[in-house]
Design a protein around this ligand. Sequence first.
Ligand SMILES: [Fe+2]
Ligand SMILES: [Fe+2]
Length: 140
Amino acid sequence: MALDKFDWLESFELGITDVDEDHRGMLAIMKKIERAADNEAYDLCNELLEELLEFTIAHFKREEKMLEDVGYPNVQHHREYHTELLARAKAVMNVCRDIKSKDNLKECCHEMFSFLVDDVVTGDLKFKSYMEEMGLIKRP
Ligand SMILES: [Fe+2]
Ligand SMILES: [Fe+2]
């Protein structure tokens, strides 16, 4: 299931280079997490989760700045949405940190995947159409 999501996410592009690059960066870390979970490398997994969180925080900041720069009217709403996602991610990570079994760790990874998917799909699609309307990205 996770792999399907990976494949799907890989082909998912907003058409905004910096944002797409960030999303791909998050995906790359997630793949490492998946591998670490498969290998039952718990310490590495936790390190990578930490890295993912840091990267995600940085991505959200960059994305919010970009939205401000283009005058996106719902930037405040999107910022709040990010804050919620981060709270969820931190909660999941706190659970992951104490896990010492392969199945449970996989479970945790899946939680993290759905969190990325939620950000990209339900969150970022909302500004994609605005960017298209403004002629900031090309319609496919
Ligand atoms: Fe994003
Ligand atoms: Fe976003």
